[in-house]
Design a binder for this molecule. Structure first.
Ligand SMILES: Nc1nc2c(c(=O)[nH]1)N[C@H]1C(S)=C(S)[C@@H](COP(=O)(O)OP(=O)(O)OC[C@H]3O[C@@H](n4cnc5c(=O)[nH]c(N)nc54)[C@H](O)[C@@H]3O)O[C@H]1N2
Ligand SMILES: Nc1nc2c(c(=O)[nH]1)N[C@H]1C(S)=C(S)[C@@H](COP(=O)(O)OP(=O)(O)OC[C@H]3O[C@@H](n4cnc5c(=O)[nH]c(N)nc54)[C@H](O)[C@@H]3O)O[C@H]1N2
Ligand code: SF4
Ligand SMILES: [Mo]
Length: 901
């Protein structure tokens, strides 16, 4: 196992007789291959998993899965590197000590019951996650809304999909994605709005690229930032942050002016005139785009019937997120381009079961199966189906308000499941304080090594992906099974089983008496049939009679699934879910982001994701190859701003907002516009404590959806000049304690960037302390005058750890040095390979470990001009393809250089 621990440590029955690296093929072949689904993004790729019999697995794409046809991105391909038990939580913990399940569960049930008895049902809350399986999610919702009798259950989908949910419901009368993934392949124009599809939904991006190749599909990216998704784009509209409504309002006005409004389709809708009036009254100049760009975009959209508008967090995570969604939907409704092959709005979901969570009604303002919390008939139907003592009647607290209530004493018992809000919520420092202040906090997680779990009174060890069973629904309504391929380690239990136990112990033994996820799934499917009879669209009643064997074998299926219908698209012929069956145009007007730049905070902070990390890194951070792509938190700064700030490449910057501060590595790039900076959301107290970017993000929310504006805070930026800078590598985990550090996994152990304000007297002593190696033999070089130190600590003639220190950011070949721990490393202090060994540079292709320098050298030496040619020469980009946009960028940079020479 990559983390040095394997499942053999948890039970003698699977103790390996041979080490993993010398396992034989026949051993591999003897285990059955099991179909499952990737646990990361909402594409929902099918995988084949095979246990290696020693605690590890192998992973490949499932060629028969409709979402990916066998493809996987870098994250899916590296799943085998993330199932180790090194960081796993294997037993319940109460007040920092290991406890029995009996004690832990009884405590949770008692504290929740007491709080409800003394302060009412609204004094407790659950904060759940779009990564829970449908069965887990269903039970959490049932427990809270039907039995506790409060709607205080909200989820990280509030940070993610809430604006889309609100926009869909306003327009369609239901939260439904009209189209399917096939539309991407059938479209002639794909517009990516606030979506970095190349990095965040890489397998869908590959489908768009394939369409481009096959039929010349045009791609437009609408994003203030130039992203990897712009690489193949025919047009990139770098609009001003938050100005999407104005742009799509202009498009609506142009559709009308150009007589492109589908009058027949308008019969299925209401409110067009008002929406058009609002659109015409808006001022497109707020986008900062030129009239020529805008006209070109509108012409292209109008002239291309088969247009799919893909949208994601650049749309949702905004104080006008719901309006942005409706501005887009208005254009598709007006042109009748919806629900037909190759056309329609396509909201891509982030998490693997964001969609399933919406189906079970996991948000504080929803009921199960697309039923409405506000509707008494709907409430009665759900209550009856659940045979519940009560049913929540009013919406509960949405995420931001929920943590405020936890902080100010209104919430007295809080259960956080499968999410890490101390990192991922806006105003994260306040959220951290609120979790700490809440009288009783329970966290269900797979590891203790999270900022949130460390704050909890009770931590419950959940069974992880690869060890558990259930279903997830992806962005195009396809329900797929996740299946266990590994045994549940230690005392871990699946999330559904933990919820069911607590429900039983709280006093509802019958209602929460489940033996398996299939039982829960059947109940959910049956409830959807009731919802369908009440006129709702989410209907999987056709699956309500699946027996256990049928559930076990269930193939991916797109809903609806009932007696008369299976899958397909919605709304080609109208048939919306408002009472009159008509869609609604929503009149929307541009509103600027809530936070305004001002002299103290002159920069706009945009945040998002990187290619190879998943959120707070508790799983992808375990993979050396995923950690090689970007090993450190960074701030993208435009060169003009860098000049003004006197920033040099690889300087550190201090970023400050009204709510928090961070230290990050500057990446000077014209991918961002002047006055705007971009940071990723991934680093945490565990990996880089000074880089918790959500500490800086204001908790301003969309008035309709309650979704926070994660992409438009205001900050100041200044150079952070440390007294010393360090780079460290080691076989074992090190825990630095300086003002800036960032730690990442490597194949050989760990690497860390460091910087500090105080120079220790002796670096060798400091290195021994840092690495916990008081006895190791040291080879060192120190020059106090120049502030230089290089120390190698050897054990049994191999390098255990090395530290490089300088007054400036350390210049060593990091990707090379990171490979040295565990080897004899004779020339480690030089920090570079001997002359006959070329430096591969930072890893770009994580599947085959191909570095930037290797690619650049091959481009130059072999005159390569295409991504395919680079693949043929080096394999780079030929497995998952996630790095192809970056290879293309290297190729075009090389061509520009050549042209200039
Ligand atoms: N590698 C990786 N993939 C992931 C995830 C991950 O953690 N890592 N997480 C998954 C999850 S949960 C989600 S929700 C998705 C998110 O997927 P995306 O939404 O594609 O990802 P983000 O990087 O959050 O943001 C997308 C883009 O929005 C842009 N943006 C910012 N402000 C605006 C604006 O005002 N208008 C417009 N038009 N664009 C703007 C940003 O510059 C950014 O490039 O990714 C999923 N996939
Ligand atoms: N600044 C900024 N902030 C953002 C965003 C942004 O773009 N910018 N994006 C937002 C979005 S879209 C999202 S979706 C959120 C994501 O943010 P989070 O949901 O907080 O991030 P994750 O790291 O996915 O957290 C999942 C947690 O579940 C644990 N876990 C893993 N498997 C299991 C399991 O099987 N059972 C249980 N019980 N636990 C498990 C993991 O160890 C981890 O602690 O972040 C939001 N925050
Ligand atoms: S695109 Fe990548 S992360 Fe998303 S489901 Fe597929 S393999 Fe997993
Ligand atoms: Mo998300």
């Amino acid at each position: 196992m990559m983390d040095g621990t394997d499942r053999s440590e948890i039970g003698p029955e699977i103790r390996p007789e041979i080490r993993p690296e010398i396992r034989t093929e026949s051993k591999l072949e003897s285990q059955p291959e099991i179909r499952s689904t990737c646990p990361y993004c909402g594409v929902g790729c099918g995988v084949f998993l095979r246990a290696d019999g020693q605690g590890g697995i192998s992973v490949r794409g499932d060629p028969a899965h409709p979402a990916n046809s066998g493809r996987l991105c870098s994250k899916g391909s590296a799943l085998a590197e993330t199932v180790g038990l090194g960081d796993r939580l294997l037993a319940p913990r109460v007040n920092g000590r290991e406890a029995s399940w009996d004690d832990a569960l009884q405590l949770v049930a008692d504290r929740f019951r007491t709080s409800i008895a003394e302060h009412g049902p609204d004094s407790v809350a659950i904060y759940a996650s779009g990564q829970m399986l449908t069965e887990d999610y269903y039970l959490a919702n049932k427990l809270m809304k039907g039995f506790i009798g409060s709607a205080n259950i909200d989820t990280n989908s509030r940070l993610c999909m809430a604006s889309t949910v609100a926009g869909h419901r306003r327009a369609f009368g239901t939260d439904t994605v009209p189209g399917t993934y096939e539309d991407l392949g059938a479209a002639d124009l794909v517009v990516l709005v606030g979506s970095n599809l190349a990095w965040c939904h890489p397998v869908l991006y590959q489908q768009v690229l394939a369409a481009k190749k096959a039929r010349g599909t045009r791609i437009v990216v609408i994003d203030p930032r130039r992203t990897a998704s712009c690489d193949a784009a025919d047009m990139h509209l770098a609009l001003a942050p938050g100005s999407d409504v104005a742009l799509f309002n202009r498009l609506l006005a142009e559709l009308s002016a150009g007589k492109m409004v589908d009058q027949t389709y308008l019969a299925h809708t209401k409110g067009f005139t008002d929406a058009l009036d609002a659109a015409r009254a808006d001022d497109v100049s707020v986008t900062g785009l030129s009239e020529a760009e805008i006209a070109q975009f509108c012409d292209l959209w109008m002239q291309t019937e088969k247009v799919v508008t893909v949208f994601s967090q650049g749309v949702n995570q905004s104080t006008s997120g719901s309006d942005k969604v409706n501005a887009i939907l208005n254009c598709h409704l007006a042109s009748g381009r919806i629900g037909r092959p190759g056309m329609g709005p396509l909201s891509v979901t982030g998490q693997p079961n964001a969609m399933g969570g919406r189906e079970v009604g996991g948000l504080a303002n929803m009921l199960a199966c697309h039923l409405d919390l506000e509707n008494p008939d709907h409430r009665a139907a759900v209550r009856e189906c659940w045979n519940a003592p009560t049913i929540a009647e009013a919406p509960g607290l949405k995420a931001v308000d929920m943590f405020r209530a936890a902080g100010d004493g209104r919430i007295k018992a809080l259960w956080i499941i499968h999410t890490n809000p101390a990192v991922s919520m806006p105003e994260a420092d306040a959220v951290r304080d609120a979790i700490a202040a809440c009288p009783f906090t329970v966290v269900s997680d797979i590891t203790m090594a999270t900022d949130t779990a460390r704050l909890a009174d009770v931590v419950l060890p959940a069974t992880a992906w690869g060890e558990k069973n259930g279903t997830v629904t992806n962005s195009d309504r396809t329900i797929s099974r996740q299946r266990a391929v590994l045994p549940a380690p230690g005392a871990t239990r699946p999330d559904w089983a933990i919820l069911a136990e607590v429900g039983q112990r709280m006093g509802w033994p019958r209602a929460f008496d489940y033996q398996s996820p299939s039982e829960i799934f059947r109940e959910h499917a049956a409830l959807s049939g009731i919802a369908a009879r009440l006129g709702r669209d989410f209907d999987i009643s056709g699956l309500a009679t699946l027996d256990d064997a049928g559930y076990e074998q269930m193939a991916p299926v797109r809903w609806p699934v009932n007696a008369t219908r299976r899958g397909g698209r919605f709304f080609a012929e109208g048939q919306f879910f408002h009472a009159d069956g008509k869609a609604r145009f929503v009149p929307v007007r541009y509103r600027s982001p809530a936070a305004k730049t001002e002299p103290r905070y002159p920069y706009r902070l945009n945040t998002g994701r990187v290619r190879d990390q998943w959120h707070t890194m508790t799983r992808t951070g375990l993979s050396p190859r995923l950690s090689a792509h970007l090993a450190e938190p960074f701030l993208e700064v435009h060169p003009e701003d860098a000049r003004r700030l006197t920033l040099a490449p690889s300087d550190l910057v201090q970023v400050q907002s009204p709510t928090g501060q961070a230290i990050l590595r500057a990446r000077i790039t014209d991918a961002v516009q002047p006055g705007q900076v971009f940071a990723s959301m991934h680093w945490t107290g565990e990996t880089a404590p000074s880089a918790r970017i959500d500490a800086l993000v204001a908790a301003a929310t969309d008035p309709v959806s309650g979704q926070p504006e994660s992409k438009a805070s205001v900050v100041s930026v200044r150079p952070y000049r440390a007294a010393w800078y360090g780079f460290a590598v080691s076989t074992a985990r090190m825990d630095p304690s300086c003002s800036y550090w960032a730690r990442a996994r490597t194949g050989a152990g760990y690497r860390a960037e460091m910087a500090g304000d105080h120079r220790p007297d002796d670096w060798e002593t400091e290195a021994r302390r840092l690495f916990g190696l008081p006895e190791a033999a040291a080879v060192s070089f120190q020059d106090a005058g120049r502030g230089l130190a290089r120390i190698a600590l050897m054990q049994d003639d191999v390098l255990a750890a090395a530290l490089f220190v300088a007054r400036e950011p350390v210049a060593v070949m990091r990707d090379y040095v990171a490979t040295l721990p565990g080897t004899s490393a004779p020339d480690v202090l030089s920090g570079r390979p001997s002359a006959d060994m070329p430096d591969p540079g930072p890893i770009l292709c994580s599947c085959f470990g191909v570095g930037v320098n290797t690619i650049l050298r091959a481009i130059e030496a072999q005159g390569l001009v295409t991504v395919d040619a680079v693949g043929a020469a080096l394999q780079a980009g030929t497995n998952c393809g996630s790095c192809q946009p970056e290879i293309a960028a290297l190729l075009s940079a090389a061509q520009v250089r050549e042209a200039a020479e």
